[in-house]
Structures are given as C-alpha cells and as structure tokens.
Design a protein around this ligand. Structure first.
Ligand code: PFF
Length: 445
C-alpha cells in the first residue's frame, strides 16, 4: 500500500495549523493580560526560542526517523530498553484528554459565530450575563455545538493525512491568516494601537514572579503543540529529505507571529472600544463582544469573522490532537482509519459532555473537586503536567538515549554550528527547566 505523505507546504501548514490554535488567540492574550503584559511576553518569547525550538526539532526528528505512531517510534528508535521507552509514546493520550475541553470551547465559538450575526452585548455586564447563561444553564446549546465540532473533526480524520488533514489546513490556514491580517491592519489605524504595543512589549518586571515564569513555559509548550506527539505523528508523514530545522523554524515563526498579531489586535480593540486589557478566560467571550458592539454594524462583521478565524484555528489544532491516537490504533492494532477515528472521536465527545456538565448548575457540584471543575482539571493536568513530562521525555530521549552519532549525522548538516547548542539545550537546559516547571506546578516548589 502506498503511504500518504504531506507535501512540503502541506506539512508546514498542517504543523502550523496544529500549533496555531485556541492557545494563540484565546489563551495567550488573557494570560498575557493576567500576568502584566510585556515582561510575561518576553519570558514567553525567550522560552519559545531557547526551549520550544529545540524540542520542536527533537520531536520532528523522532517522528521523521520512526515513521510510525508515537509508541512504535520510541520503541524502534531506542537503542536499549525498548520496552520501557515505548511508554514515552503514550504521551499521545494527552491530546485526547485535551480534546475533552478543547472541543467544548470550539462549541462555544460556533455558538458565538451564529449569535454575533444579529446580536452583540451592549455592555460588559450584559456580555458576562450571556456568557454565564451559556456556561451555567445552556447545557443543550453547548452539547449541540460540541457535537458539531466532534462530527467535523472526526470526519476530517477519517479522510486521512492527504485528503483530510492536509486539505483542511490548505483551506483554513490561509483563510485564518487573511482574516486576522485584515483585522490587524484595521487595528493599526486606530489611535490606541500604540497602547497595545506598549502593553505587550513594555516589560514591567515588578509583575513577573515565579508563577508567571512557569505559566509562560507551560504556555510555550501548549501553543507549539509540544510534548504530546502531535508534531511527531505529523512528522512521520513528512517527505523524505526534508529539512527539519527549516520546518521547525516556520512552525515556530508562524505560531509566534499569529499570537502576537492576535494579541495586539485584541488589545487595540479593547483599549479603543472597551475597558482595556481584560483578564481571564472571558476575554474573547465577554470583553471583546462588548467592544465589537461599540463599532456598530462593522462590529457584527468583525465579530463573526473573528469567531470564524478562532474556530478555524481550533479545528486545525483538534485534528492534530486526536491523530496520534488514531495512528496508534492503526499501526499497533491494525484498525481501519474509519474505526480508529470514530472511536477516538467518541471518546472525547463522551467525556466532553462531563466537561460541559461540570460548569452547569445542578451538576457542577458533583463534578468539582477541590477548587476545580472537571473541565479545569483536564486543562490543568494536561497543560501543567502531561505536556511538560512529554517534553522532558523527548529531550532525554534525543539527548541521552538515542545514539549520538545517528542524531549528529542528520542534524549537524542541517543545524551546522548550532548543532552543539541544540544538543546542549536538549541535554541540560530543557530537562532542568521542565523539571522546575513540573515541580512548581504541582506546588512542590
Ligand atoms: N497548540 C494548540 C493551541 O495553541 O491551541 C493546542 C495543542 C495542539 C496542544 C496540539 C498540543 C497539541 F499537541
């Protein structure tokens, strides 16, 4: 059977499609707001450059050489202890878990696309009421749109690498860039644009503390889709002879640029028409719609376009979150793609219902442990623990377990003088940083 592979451009778009997601447009602006802007953004950028880029190359290398699902790739590439290393491949489970809440958020976005056509909230108060009504009492609405997201994502997965994933990214990624680019250009013409620039790039070091540092590192992983085998699985279908460093560069570049463009645009709108940089997850669902309202009809158009772009970003990431486990069942158990896609889809759809219920009045009491709902727990455990652990495993695998001469023979010609820096970063900088992040997030330090 001929194995389907991404085209060159197809790979970059698909991997960038994975990276550019809700993390860039929904999460990044609000956590940047929460942790005081500039200083946080700088720490995040440094992490992306020093750690994210290295791990991205390492993850691509494992996938590119392994050519299989994550479990098999680790197993086959490990020179010794194959049976043990194969467990590192189960980092792919994180993607399925992330989907439990990710799909629900995409559902909210679908809902906002529809309602923004006719109605925008006239004040932040009203926007808050609308959002909370959906969250706490709108079970049916959330279930309906969560199911729509599940059907879309599963359908694309059944179509495979070429006819599904590559094709979708070829359409949605350029569309997303055009929408965001257009809105960004409009934002640059507003008086408050410079305030947004200042907010995002003027570092106020007094606002940075160890929590902000840890959040920045964790977010760098999440936003670059690292630590759960998504990039690895896509790389298994990369064309032979591809330049991993160039590919990694494009993915990191596009992801970072889109996060910054989205952040600048959102903050400009919030300064110009709203109440300034809002904090918290409600930023795009509460403060932003209220700011769009102030723009009149243009606001409705912008709101619909914005939520469409956000949905596109989320959908292209979603397929990459599920694909590793789909590939796993195809490669290890000989399942058909159809069976694997529908089974994995059903998994996140089913548990997604509990994520919805964990915010709904009358149910949330039963689905909240400690101060976190089931929804928040899934987010926390995946982003705070599973992804950094996955990243740690990859750094150690490429840095220590894999044969250095093999790694060097492929990577030195591509990295040239930077090879030693990369290798050093994988062996020492990344593991130490990951370890600190994990301990700190678990509240140990
Ligand atoms: N990078 C995606 C985002 O920023 O929303 C989320 C994500 C996708 C995380 C794929 C991890 C992953 F493997």
């Amino acid at each position: 059977m001929k194995v389907a592979r991404f085209s060159k451009m197809g790979f970059i778009l698909a991997a960038a499609g994975s990276a550019v997601g809700l993390g860039n447009i929904w999460k990044f602006p609000y956590i940047a707001g929460e942790y005081g802007g500039g200083a946080f953004v700088l720490v995040y950028l440094l992490t992306v450059l020093l750690i994210g880029f290295s791990i991205m190359i390492a993850e691509m290398l494992i996938g590119y050489l392994g050519r299989k699902d994550t479990v098999t790739s680790f197993e086959e590439l490990a020179p010794t202890h194959k049976g043990r290393w194969k467990f590192a491949g189960f980092q792919s489970l994180a993607g399925l878990f992330i989907m439990i809440f990710y799909s629900v958020v995409i559902g909210w976005i679908f809902n906002y696309i529809v309602t923004s056509v006719t109605t925008l909230p006239s004040s932040v108060k009203e926007a808050e009421t609308t959002f909370n009504a959906m969250l706490h009492t709108g079970f049916k609405t959330q279930l309906f749109y969560h199911t729509a997201a599940f059907i879309w994502i599963t359908y694309v997965l059944t179509k495979g690498i070429k006819g599904g994933i590559e094709k979708m990214n070829f359409i949605l990624m350029p569309a997303l860039m055009v929408i965001l680019g257009g809105m960004f250009i409009y934002a640059t013409t507003l008086d408050t644009f410079h305030q947004a620039v200042e907010f995002m790039f003027y570092p106020d070091w007094s606002k940075i503390n160890s929590t902000a540092f840890v959040v920045a590192v964790g977010h760098a992983f999440f936003t670059l889709s690292l630590g759960m085998g998504a990039i690895m699985t896509y790389s298994a279908s990369m064309e032979k002879g591809s330049n991993l460093v160039k590919n990694a560069f494009w993915v990191v570049f596009l992801d970072t640029t889109i996060a910054i463009v989205a952040g600048l645009m959102l903050f400009t709108f919030l300064y110009q028409y709203g109440s300034g940089p809002a904090k918290g997850p409600g930023l795009v669902f509460i403060s932003l719609p209220a700011a769009f309202y102030e723009m009149g009809v243009l606001g409705n158009i912008f709101a619909v376009l914005f939520f469409i772009a956000l949905a596109f970003a989320g959908l292209t990431s979603s397929v990459s979150l599920v694909e590793p486990m789909v590939q796993y069942f195809i490669d290890r158990f000989g399942w058909s793609r159809l069976k694997a896609s529908i089974s994995m889809g059903t998994f996140f759809w089913f548990f997604g219902i509990f994520a919805i219920l964990s915010n709904v009045d009358g149910y949330k009491e039963f689905l909240t442990w400690g101060s976190k709902s089931f929804f928040d727990w899934v987010d926390y455990v995946t982003a705070a623990i599973m992804l950094p652990l996955g990243g740690l495993a990859m750094a150690i695998f490429v840095g220590f377990a894999m044969d250095k001469s093999k790694v060097e023979s492929i990577m030195r010609p591509q990295l040239k003088w930077a090879f030693d820096i990369w290798y050093f970063s994988l062996r020492y900088i990344t593991p130490v940083a990951m370890f600190v992040v994990i301990l700190s997030l678990m509240g140990i330090i």
